[in-house]
Design a protein around this ligand. Structure first.
Ligand SMILES: [Zn+2]
Length: 441
């Protein structure tokens, strides 16, 4: 019964404090990256008694977990990665990361996601979910996989939009989950009108008001934002009473908003979003910097209009990338381009990811048949990017050309915010995936 609190639903503050204490202690005792980081910061795990003590822990950047000397450095001692559930981040920050968890941890985070969906739509089990994402082709993309009472059908965004839509119509899901840019393209192709469809759950990118409206007009279901990350699962769900705010999923994580020095900022002040995962002991994420920005809303004594008392978060900027226009005029999700580049390097490193070769990349489309790819390489020998990347882009379209620049750092532009895919086409040729303040999903 030692760790029962971390799998509890509707955790109270005492459950959260207890869970956090145990996770901090376990991370220090069994995960090298945390032991070293805590030692450097002079943290004594026994002094962390709950969420109020979190600011004493150092903030961990993605680089620390994505580029360890050895996988064993980021996993609990004794864990066999081969027996874990592994999920990969899409590299939305240009730096992919594999996340490992036990089967129980995986089931618990699925449960929390399902509960978050249920706050927005009346879902009934058994149910089918069509998940439109950057799944690897050949990974049985159209195979329906049953996980208990939920059947998940994965559709790759690399498939033609009409084909993706045909899959949705064939499987008649209760939930469609996907990037707003991917679902928006489905909406443009006609969308789905089906009384069985209850929820279009957007995630992984900014969902701006215009895109939301387009999707709402094309699907006969509620459209809602879910702030998810592979490192945590569901971080927050859209308030059913106010689509501009998200409620933190307090069963799964603790969210902080901090300044550049790692200090928590006052309510209403924008800062970096830092998250602590409350269930994953296999590969802990404690005070983990998500590279998104947001602020907490002031809370009164009364619960929110939707009835929830969970803290309300406004996510103002993050993983917003531009659409890409192919030489034949097709507008595709920026994820497709990132996926093509990531895949060009898969299998080249022991972990099957590209981090051994470059730290970050940024793609700028300046013509419909040309993109510029800026690459910050890893230290050590630089591979022949010029031999690898053109072939990867040619798979998207044979006339798509690229210029590759190896740079020391990326130009973040006036916003100072990193974007992986930028469109420099004029308004007639391309369009932004998102503009202005919006809510991440
Ligand atoms: Zn609410």
């Amino acid at each position: 019964m030692r760790y029962v609190a971390r799998y509890r639903c509707n955790k109270g503050s005492a459950d959260i404090d207890r869970t956090l204490c145990r996770l901090v202690s376990a991370a220090y005792g069994t995960v090298r990256v945390y032991r070293e980081a805590f030692d450097r910061a002079g943290v004594v795990p026994g002094e962390i008694r709950g969420a109020a003590d979190l600011p004493r822990l150092p903030i961990l950047k993605k680089e620390a977990l994505a580029r360890p000397a050895s996988l064993a450095d980021v996993l609990r001692r004794g864990v066999d990665p081969g027996h874990c559930v592994r999920v990969g981040t899409s590299g939305s920050t240009g730096l992919p990361l594999n996340v490992y968890m036990s089967r129980t941890e995986d089931q618990y985070r699925r449960l929390l996601l399902w509960r978050a969906w249920r706050r927005l739509a009346p879902l009934r089990l058994p149910m089918t979910v069509v998940d439109v994402g950057n799944w690897v082709e050949g990974d049985a993309p159209l195979a329906a996989r049953r996980r208990g009472p939920i059947t998940i059908v994965r559709v790759s965004i690399a498939r033609p939009v009409e084909e993706q839509l045909a899959v949705v119509r064939r499987y008649r899901p209760q939930v469609i989950s996907g990037y707003p840019t991917a679902v928006d393209l489905l909406a443009e192709a006609g969308g789905v009108s089906d009384r069985r469809l209850r929820l279009v759950a957007c995630r992984g990118e900014i969902l701006d008001a215009a895109t939301r409206k387009t999707i709402e007009g094309a699907f006969s279901a509620r459209v809602a934002d879910f702030y998810n990350a592979e490192e945590v699962g569901n971080i927050a769900w859209e308030c059913p009473a106010d689509p501009t705010v998200l409620h933190v999923n307090t069963d799964g994580c603790i969210v902080e908003v901090v300044d550049d020095a790692g200090r928590q900022v006052p309510v209403g002040t924008e800062g970096r979003i830092v998250v602590s995962n409350l269930s994953n002991e296999t590969m802990p994420f404690l005070r983990y910097d998500l590279a998104d920005r947001g602020s907490f809303c002031a809370e009164g004594d009364e619960p929110c209009g939707c009835g929830s008392r969970a803290p309300r978060l406004r996510v103002v900027s993050g993983r917003d990338d531009d659409y890409v226009v192919l030489p034949d005029g097709r507008r595709v999700s920026p994820r497709l381009l990132a996926m093509a580049i990531n895949r060009a390097f898969s299998g080249l490193s022991p972990c099957g990811s590209l981090y051994r070769h470059f730290r970050r990349f940024q793609v700028t489309q300046d013509r419909v048949d040309h993109v510029r790819i800026d690459i910050v390489p890893e230290s050590g020998p630089v591979p022949d990017f010029g031999a690898i990347l053109p072939a990867a882009l040619a798979k998207l379209h044979p006339d798509l050309r690229c210029t590759i620049r190896v740079v020391e750092c990326l130009d973040l532009g006036p916003s100072g915010k990193y974007r992986k895919v930028i469109s420099a086409l004029d308004a007639m040729e391309g369009s932004r995936a998102s503009d202005g303040p919006a809510v991440l999903s």
